[in-house]
Each structure stands twice: as C-alpha cells, then as structure tokens.
Design a protein. Sequence first.
Length: 163
Amino acid sequence: MKKEIIQLEMHHFDDIGNLSTVEAKLLKQAAQAASKAYAPYSRFRVGAAVLLENGIIVTGNNQENAAYPSGLCAERVALFYASSAFPEIPVKAIAVTAISDKSIINEPIAPCGACRQVMAEYEKKSGSDLKVIMRGQEGPVLIAPSMRTLLPFSFLDDFLLKY
C-alpha cells in the first residue's frame, strides 16, 4: 500500500471588500441572479456569474421543478448558456452565492458534485484554470484557483479516449 496526501489550495478572504474589482463584480452579479431564481420548493436561491475570457459576464440561477430531478443548478444554467451563446470563448472564472428565505447564509456555498464535473469539463476545454469564487449572502469568501482544487479526480475525456 502506498499512502498519498492530497493538499488543496484555497484563498480565504474575510469579506467581499478584500477582493479584486472583477471578483467583487462577479459576486454581486451572482447575488443579483440568485434574487431571481425559481426556487419555490427549497426557498434556497443560488446565483452564478461566469466570466468569459473576453470580459463578458453571463449569469444563471437555480431552476427548481416539482419533479425534483428536472431542476437545474445555477452554475450549470450559467455555464451552459455561456457555452451556447459564446462557444469559442473560454471561461475564466465563476462566482457562486446563495440566498435563503429561512436565514442569512454567512458561509461560502460550494457547487454540488454535478456542477463541479461540468466546471471541470469547461476548464479542460479552455486549457486554463477556472477560478471558483464562493460566498454566502454575507461573510467570508473562498476562492479555488482551479477546478482541480474542488474536484481533484475529475472524470474527463482522457479516460474515454484511453479505453
């Protein structure tokens, strides 16, 4: 048996005021998107803002459905829209935040596993790191400099092409 240790690099900021102008703008647009989410069942509204290499920002929010598996997360809504509208423009960063009707969210919200897989695909497609910026309604911000931080064992096309 061989033991391997995997370390993750995350950047922690006490609040949005310590971010770069672009990172703060992404989080603000993600919050605006969250406020428009269709979340009548969970009352947990998630917003995402995607920064493309050319400076365009595309937003998305979670879309729930009474048949729960038919809904879609904010991150995938934003990424799929960005890819359909701007298929040749690489994604550089994504900001994710959430609003709850039940209480104030004061810790960073991380993408679900399905969204992480999709983000890993777009990172691979672009050939460069995809920065992931995470925050609740208020409080600290976590930034993963790459999707490999959030999903170190991604299933990518390398496996499909190999076998």
